[in-house]
Design a protein around this ligand. Structure first.
Ligand code: ADP
Ligand code: MG
Length: 352
């Protein structure tokens, strides 16, 4: 069993604390994604698991072993970086086998492992080439191959697709998902891209400023976010947020010129709230008069209408089907109140 467990893990650089006591269990064979905005501590946390950064306080285990103070080489992990870090003077084959060769493994064993990685990553045609003669995607495959060859218990990826163009990123994303299925090893994957997190993860860990905001499956986080940050981070385009107030009749939302029939506790009356509505849950009502369409973006199968309310609040609405709105139209909004998310305006915590 090679799950990963973090127990109240803390990282400080001098006086500056960047990781604030993380508790996390990653199951054996799970694909776990750390996601969050730039600077939130994703790489630091991953590098602590790898042993490339010292853990200031707390402990971590891989399988049954306490690895907190262990050397990187002893931990049974292999890391894939955003920059491929291949040796330019070595061929693909030599790059993949180099780590084992340095550790004195016999040639037959190296050949067998390199052959296996080559098959998994479909690198047969490139084995004799040097990195300069490869595309970005092929280079990244070689660096993943190098990790596979080491036979780690846990794979660690730090934004491995960020240097690739959009099309290749989608292709490699599918390959990494397939790799996980085939190998079945525990994987921890860092990204700032919520689409990568949604499509790859069994478990997503949303981080902000060195703290876990929420842990769950992609659809759990999408359907049931604990706070405004997670609600706004997961889902694309992002959830719309409107200001509102709880009244005896429901939630009054000035920008919608409406009071939503949502039952809250009497104690909540007068409380300021943020009303969350996903673009895909809104329908434009051509008979309404509350919003103007500021801009429309058509991607073909789907369009996004950018709306401005009379009160000056902005909103995005997703449109599919044959009828699409046009810029300058005056419209209203329809939606199911069961789709409304409410957050406390001050704490930003979900009101359920
Ligand atoms: P992410 O990968 O989520 O973009 P990082 O883990 O790289 O974020 O960084 C988290 C925080 O730690 C940032 O505020 C960054 O400035 C800080 N940090 C990273 N490395 C060091 C370091 N060697 N010394 C001081 N602060 C650091
Ligand atoms: Mg990073």
């Amino acid at each position: 069993m090679t799950g990963v467990q973090l127990n109240n893990v803390i990282k400080r650089y001098g006086d500056v604390q960047v990781i604030h006591g993380i508790d996390l269990t990653i199951e054996d064979g799970e694909f776990c994604v750390f996601v969050g905005p730039s600077g939130c501590g994703k790489s630091t946390l991953l590098r602590m698991v790898a042993g490339l950064e010292e853990t200031t306080e707390g402990s971590m285990t891989i399988g049954e072993r306490d690895v907190t103070r262990m050397d990187p080489a002893q931990r049974g992990v292999a890391m894939v970086f955003q920059t491929y870090a291949l040796y330019p003077h070595m061929t693909v084959e030599q790059n993949m086998g180099f780590g084992l060769k340095m550790n004195g493994h016999p040639k037959a064993e190296i050949d067998k492992k390199v052959g296996e990685a080559t098959r998994i990553l479909k690198l047969e045609d490139y084995l004799k080439r040097k990195p300069a003669a490869l595309s970005g995607g092929q280079r990244q495959r070689v660096s993943i191959g190098r990790a596979i060859v080491r036979g780690p218990e846990v794979f660690l990826f730090d934004e491995p697709l960020s240097n690739l163009d959009a099309e290749l990123r989608v292709e490699m994303r599918v390959e990494i998902a397939r790799l996980h299925k085939e190998i079945g090893a525990t994987m921890i994957y860092v990204t700032h891209d919520q689409v990568e997190a949604m499509t790859l993860a069994d478990k997503i860990v949303v981080l902000r400023a060195g703290v876990i905001e929420q842990v769950g499956s992609p659809m759990d986080l999408y359907r049931d976010p604990d706070n405004k940050f997670v609600a706004g981070f997961i889902g694309s385009p992002a959830m719309n947020f409107l200001s509102g107030t709880v009244t005896a009749d429901g939630v009054k939302v000035p920008s919608l010129q409406d009071t939503l029939k949502i039952k809250l506790q009497a104690a909540d009356i007068g409380r300021d709230v943020v009303v969350g509505l996903r673009p895909e849950h809104l329908v434009l009502d051509p008979k309404g008069k509350t919003h103007t369409i500021d801009l429309t973006e058509s991607l073909g199968g789907v369009s996004y209408a950018y709306l401005l309310s009379e009160t000056g609040e902005k909103l995005v609405v997703e449109e599919r089907g044959d009828e699409r709105s046009t810029m300058g139209d005056t419209v209203g909004l329809r939606f199911d109140t069961a789709r409304v998310y409410l957050f406390d305006a001050e704490t930003e915590l979900r009101i359920r």
